[in-house]
Design a protein around this ligand. Structure first.
Ligand code: AMP
Length: 576
């Protein structure tokens, strides 16, 4: 398939905000392409050259893309910059200027999908001296053979700003629709994806008609993390689970550790590799007695002098690229391991939690850095409540109750895990929301150009973001300065695509940064669009920012469905 043909589909996907329509268009594209084109096309639609956990990105800076566009369009760099100033998007600038190009260069041949992907791959692998020049050359070559529309997507991709607006759930629907015209295989595709986090590979096998049940956990393919449900009281938790494991809920950094033949990799909650940041965990993992394993835990920094754990905000400082040795000395980590998914060649995801826990305890025995999470087993709401209170008094976030007979449920929020957190006001949990805009300072805040945030949650049925809170408090002066600096860089001229909002902040921003927000309660409000029925939506009352969540991505935020369920829980709690 020619890349210009794929670009036509991309442009149709970009033009719609209906998730179903996006999937239908992507399905048409997947049906048309050859078997070997499925994988690269899926990566490209995701905005990547390879699965995200491999950490490859085309990574061309604006300055260099401008040079490539200038060369190919026959304009000066100044002209390219002037058009960019007007359009605000280098992809559109490339499209504009290539339209005006008199004729295609004689030597140029049209780009195929495979050629474009392999050039992106080469670009992403170049590093070191002279690499920028080599990247410009590869990009110019692609642009030489490109139609104006194609050039728009090539340039955006290389800048890491493809923004088609289609997410993994819609691509999964598209795959099923490409083969059957409906979503019947969505669960099977999702299961395979959750186990290997490589949608390109799953898509390739699926479109070739292969059996997806071959996908299982394997070292160095991160597993999409299991998520916790909520219930408001110990009584409801025991009513649901019966006799269960109740574990301390640590507020640190979630880590997935993979080991095979002496090699160790550590993946973040977002499944990015972060092995080099945590040398003490890596060496503790390689000292464990096993040939291969995948396990998960929450890492916390420990203050040896004061014999206490640092908070999430303090722990997260360890997520740094520099000064790792000093960090390791001042904030040594302990990993509270809470699940194991693979051991010595065997996938454990389908085993009962009680059995996985035994395997985990055996594996961690003898390590002082990797220790099993603290746990009690009970069927008594009273005992659960006492344990919960003890955890809170020790400065922990709460507890997670676990179904002893459940498998490891990758990538989903099911009742295998139920969290009970210390409450903020009437709410059973904090909310993770994405920043979609910000306000300018007023009064004493005029000194900063920052006066508050507009935040949204995700309606996972429509794929749209819906606003839930205008947040004006919870920030220190330092945080305000940092937020303003970060947000200024991702300002948008218009409301972000896929956002439903009645409010208009001073500046819109790309939905990129996730924050944890506490509030007194969830109320109904005509101002916000979350769960809108008629004119009324759900809103957070007295919202305050608790933390900036580098470890979570916009796909991981609280959903509208969860907000409605939190609202119902709030009513139940008040009634009891
Ligand atoms: P939340 O982020 O509030 O939805 O809570 C779920 C998170 O709690 C998980 O993603 C883990 O990072 C963290 N966590 C802390 N302690 C445990 C534990 N014992 N078992 C499972 N998850 C835990």
């Amino acid at each position: 398939m020619l890349f210009s043909e794929a670009a036509d589909f991309f442009s149709r996907i970009e033009a719609t905000s209906s998730r179903l329509e996006m999937s239908a268009i992507a399905a048409e594209l997947l049906k048309k392409c050859e078997k070997e084109e499925v994988k690269p096309l899926v990566y490209i639609m995701e905005g990547n050259v390879a699965p995200a956990h491999e950490g490859l990105d085309a990574g061309i800076g604006e300055k260099f893309a401008i040079r490539a566009i200038a060369q190919v369009s026959g304009r000066g760099e100044k002209q390219v910059e002037a058009d960019f100033k007007k359009s605000g998007d280098l992809g559109t600038t490339a499209e504009n200027l290539l339209k005006k190009r008199a004729q295609l260069s004689l030597a140029s041949t049209p780009n195929s999908v495979l050629k474009v992907h392999s050039s992106f791959m080469k670009i992403s692998r170049l590093s070191g001296a002279g690499s920028q020049e080599a990247k410009i050359l590869l990009l110019s070559e692609l642009l030489n053979g490109a139609s104006p529309l194609e050039a728009k997507y090539i340039v955006r991709f290389c800048l890491g700003k493809l923004r088609l607006g289609i997410g993994d759930p819609s691509i999964i629907d598209a795959l099923s629709m490409a083969r059957h015209g409906d979503k019947r295989d969505r669960e099977a595709i999702e299961r395979a994806f959750n186990l290997c986090s490589d949608l390109g590979e799953v898509a390739q096998d699926y479109m070739a008609g292969k059996d997806l049940s071959r996908f299982s956990a394997r070292p160095f393919s991160p597993i999409r993390p299991a998520l916790a449900e909520r219930l408001p009281t110990p009584k409801e938790i025991i009513a649901r689970l019966g006799k269960c494991a109740v574990e301390a809920k640590y507020d640190g950094l979630r880590m997935q550790v993979h080991i095979k033949d002496g090699k160790v990799e550590i993946y973040s909650r977002k499944l990015e590799k972060m092995t080099h940041m945590f040398p003490e965990i890596t060496s503790a993992a390689s000292a464990l007695r096993c040939n291969s394993a995948i396990f998960e835990g929450e890492a916390l920094a420990y203050n040896q002098k004061e014999k206490r754990y640092y908070s999430f905000q303090e722990t997260i400082q360890r997520k740094r690229k520099h000064g790792i040795e000093a960090m390791q000395r001042d904030f040594p980590l302990r990993l509270f391991a809470f699940d194991i998914m693979y051991l010595d060649g065997k996938d454990l995801t389908l085993e009962k939690y009680a059995d996985r826990r035994k395997a985990l305890e055996k594996l961690a025995a003898g390590s002082s850095v990797i220790v099993p999470s603290e746990q009690i087993i009970t069927d008594s709401p009273k005992r659960l409540e006492e344990y919960f209170q003890r955890c809170i008094s020790e400065g922990l976030e709460g507890i997670i109750a676990k179904d002893l007979s459940a498998p490891y449920i990758a990538g989903a929020r099911k009742f295998a895990w139920i969290k009970l957190k210390k409450s903020y006001g009437e709410m059973a949990d904090t909310v993770d929301a994405v920043i979609v805009g910000y306000y300018l300072g007023k009064g004493a805040r005029q000194e900063f150009e920052f006066g508050g945030l507009l935040a949204a949650v995700l309606n996972d049925e429509t794929g749209e973001l819906e606003t839930i809170a205008k947040i004006g408090s919870g920030f220190s002066e330092d945080e305000m300065r940092k937020l303003q600096e970060m947000l200024e860089k991702i300002r948008l001229k218009q409301k972000p695509k896929g956002l439903n909002s009645k409010l208009e902040p001073d500046f819109w921003v790309k939905p990129k940064y996730v924050i944890t927000v506490a509030a007194d309660e969830i109320t109904l409000s005509p101002m916000h669009t979350c769960g809108l029925v008629g004119e009324t939506g759900y809103a957070l009352r007295f919202p305050r920012m608790m933390a900036l969540r580098d470890d979570k991505s916009p796909q991981d935020i609280t959903t509208t469905k969860e907000i409605i369920s939190l609202f119902e829980m709030q009513k139940r709690k008040a009634a009891s």
